[in-house]
Design a protein around this ligand. Structure first.
Ligand code: WTA
Length: 692
């Protein structure tokens, strides 16, 4: 069935609906939001009276000075919790100590390498230990001249010191800029330059799939290109690999903290002072430094973590032992993202730690030493909340369910998905194989720019539908507009947010114009934009539709939405259909210029190993079968005009398919624009060389 609107046609229909389970069914202590009526009441209050709703939510956290006003907004500038002073590190660490939970575990870390018996290294920190560690490192930063407002660049592997470095910056009021450890040295150059940062925190190396990624060497290379702009490098010894050293500039982490006192007061920061910047790619090659502030970011990530993952801290009696022998009670939350992405900032570090539930960090790859590593971790640590990305889920599907079935996953209470639309096939697999057919899946839609969850379900409150990210979180006023900013009730359009939310971005570092152009000029609401003023609506850059129950279905970035013969279609929908075919493991769909249709559809497919065609004849037959399959699932309009088989897709290191590169390849154009965020350049070279 095809629903047609003026803007985007959604052509995928998914009718499966699952009721929320009882807490007993998944072993949860209780659901914080017990039913849909409670959600609706709280959501209505949060929209009608944000002052009251967010005012009282914010008071669950510590403020040195109480705020005078909850929110002020003059597009595009929001001020949240005006006049209040607080500190993220205080709320994530010291508050728990002050409330008598200093001996509770706050952070658990597992290294990638395993010993001869197959046992990995496990390290855990209590809140008291975190208080000491963040204080020592904050003092070490201070001793090297770091002041509130200075930008500290952090380029590390997934070690506990990464979280500690972020929290130490937060303690001082320094602004961190974390660069994902998988990026190469030129990404460091761009970001250090843009942020005007003179100090870099790094590691000698990072473990990844049994190999050492030479982080310090990458920083050295970047510094060479930065002409002395970096004055200090603090280097954590992790892998013991050989590193070059520049005396006077370089200092080992252990030496830097050795004589520092284990106490350091948390700076009393204005709610609107900058907490961090995080670079993300936009439609141009130059990454944008997305700026977040202390108070609003803290409150929104705290509140979303609490309700979306159902975090319940402080169950007092130890119920089990960690693999390293320390006692642990209650929940263990695990997000598999890297702290180098917004998901790691918000839902490994700040939001989760502010709730006082232990957060688990894993250093390495999911297939090291074997494809069951994640499930081994879930079993050994008795993980209760598990948050990952659809691209990972599809990899697990490909590796086969036997890896999961080897392990006891019965500790899991809530499953989460983030980063891209999840295709219903992967959703169902996640629920059945990982979630024992009972765990609720929260599919959370949000962005680096939004800081925290925007659209999601809550585990005890909402029915779930495979492929839908659910409904607006508290305080989020989401709508779907057409190109002119007119709201659309049914059908697809452009996702926008009609009023400010606490963790909204406060700007692009050093680029006010780009901030306004990118996010605040799309919708000419009440003629604001025509009058030369920013729109009151935030433009998310995603296409979406809302169904009769008010559930949102993300159709991908609007630049990934294609218009075929005047029908717009979400590329994610065609991809979802392709991967639903047994021969296809992963697919990427882009638009290509087409003489008659305007835009045609090009699909790049990774095939199941057993389905790879033996010769050209077989390849042709399979392509025909796939076209027929998509035609059957969606309609003739969605049949790919061009189908290519490939062994890999060009992806960013966070796993996002770089569609603009595929568009160039499909259209036979030169590869234009930046390719520095590409994980593996050879993927592109192979696609260019091979016409299959
Ligand atoms: C996409 C990641 C569908 C979306 C947190 C958004 C999603 C972009 C979902 C932001 C989801 C993220 N369903 N699409 N649950 N979550 N996206 O900044 O296109 O890395 O605009 O933030 O990812 O990516 P970012």
């Amino acid at each position: 069935m095809t629903t047609q609107t003026e803007t985007i046609d959604s052509v995928l229909t998914e009718s499966r609906v699952f009721d929320p389970p009882s807490p007993e069914a998944v072993g949860a202590p209780r659901w914080l939001i017990e039913d849909e009526a409670t959600y609706k009441r709280m959501h209505a209050e949060s929209i009608e009276n944000p002052e009251a709703f967010y005012g009282s939510a914010a008071k669950e956290l510590h403020w040195f000075r109480p705020f005078d006003k909850v929110v002020e907004f003059e597009s595009p500038d929001a001020v949240w919790f005006k006049g209040g002073t607080t500190n993220l590190c205080y709320n994530c660490v010291d508050r728990h100590v002050a409330e008598g939970r200093g001996n509770a575990i706050g952070l658990v870390w597992e290294g990638e390498p395993t010993d001869a018996d197959g046992a990995p290294e496990v390290v855990s920190y209590t809140y008291s230990e975190l208080q000491a560690a963040t204080s020592r490192f904050a003092n070490a930063l201070k001793a090297r001249g770091v002041k509130p407002g200075d930008v500290v660049t952090i380029y590390m592997g997934m070690v506990p010191e990464l979280a500690i470095a972020c929290l130490a910056c937060a303690r001082l009021g320094a602004v961190h800029s974390v660069i994902f450890g998988g990026f190469a040295s030129h990404s460091i150059v761009d970001r250090v330059k843009d942020a005007d940062s003179s100090i870099v925190v790094t590691c000698d190396g990072a473990w990844r799939r049994g190999k050492v990624v030479p982080l310090k060497a990458n920083v050295d290379e970047a510094c060479a290109a930065l002409d002395g702009a970096v004055k200090t490098i603090i280097c954590l010894k992790r892998c013991g690999n050989e590193v070059a050293w520049e005396d006077g500039r370089d200092v080992w982490w252990h030496d830097a903290v050795e004589n520092e006192p284990a106490s350091c007061a948390c700076a009393e920061l204005d709610s609107e002072s900058t907490a961090f910047i995080l670079y993300t790619s936009g439609s141009t090659g130059k990454p944008k430094g997305i700026k977040h502030t202390v108070g609003g970011y803290m409150v929104h990530t705290y509140l979303t973590s609490k309700y979306v993952f159902n975090l319940i801290p402080g169950l007092d009696e130890p119920t089990r032992q960690l693999p390293n022998g320390r006692p642990l009670s209650g929940q263990v939350y695990w997000c598999t993202a890297d702290v180098g992405w917004i998901t790691g900032h918000s839902y490994i570090v700040y939001g989760v730690m502010a709730n006082g539930v232990p957060t688990l960090m894993y250093e390495g790859a999911p297939d090291c030493p074997d494809c069951d590593r994640f499930w081994d971790i879930v079993e050994r640590h008795k993980v209760t909340q598990f948050y990952t990305a659809p691209t990972a889920i599809r990899a697990f599907m490909k590796w086969g369910r036997a890896h999961c079935e080897k392990h006891d996953l019965s500790s899991l209470q809530v499953l989460g998905s983030v980063g891209e639309p999840i295709n219903p096939e992967a959703w169902m697999w996640y629920r059945e194989v990982i979630g024992r057919g009972v765990c609720p899946i929260v599919d959370t839609w949000w962005q680096t720019e939004t800081g925290g969850h925007m659209l999601t379900t809550m585990p005890g409150a909402h029915k779930t539908k495979p492929g839908s990210c659910g409904v607006p979180f508290f305080g989020v006023d989401a709508a779907i507009c057409d190109e002119d900013g007119t709201e659309i009730e049914g059908g697809g359009g452009l996702l926008c947010v009609r009023r400010p939310w606490p963790s909204m971005l406060r700007g692009i570092w050093g680029d006010r114009d780009r901030f306004i152009e990118t996010y605040w000029q799309k919708f000419d609401v009440n003629g604001t934009v025509s009058a030369g003023k920013p729109s009151p609506y935030y433009f998310a850059g995603d296409g979406a539709q809302r169904d009769a129950d008010g559930y949102f279905w993300i159709m991908g970035r609007v630049d990934d939405v294609i218009n075929v013969s005047g029908h717009r279609m979400g590329t994610a929908e065609v991809e979802s259909s392709l991967v639903a075919h047994p021969a296809v493991v992963e697919a990427a769909v882009v638009g290509i210029p087409h003489e008659i249709k305007g835009t045609g559809i090009a699909a790049f497919c990774i095939l199941e190993p057993g389905s790879k065609p033996a010769d050209a004849e077989a390849a042709k037959a399979l392509k025909q079968a796939l076209r027929a399959h998509v035609g059957e699932q969606i309609g003739a309009i969605a049949k790919p005009d061009l189908l290519r088989f490939t062994d890999a897709l060009p992806k960013t290191r966070s796993g996002k398919i770089m569609r603009r590169l595929l568009r160039d390849i499909a259209a036979g154009n030169e590869i234009a624009g930046d390719t520095t965020t590409l994980e593996d350049r050879t993927v592109i070279d192979k696609l260019l060389a091979d016409e299959s």
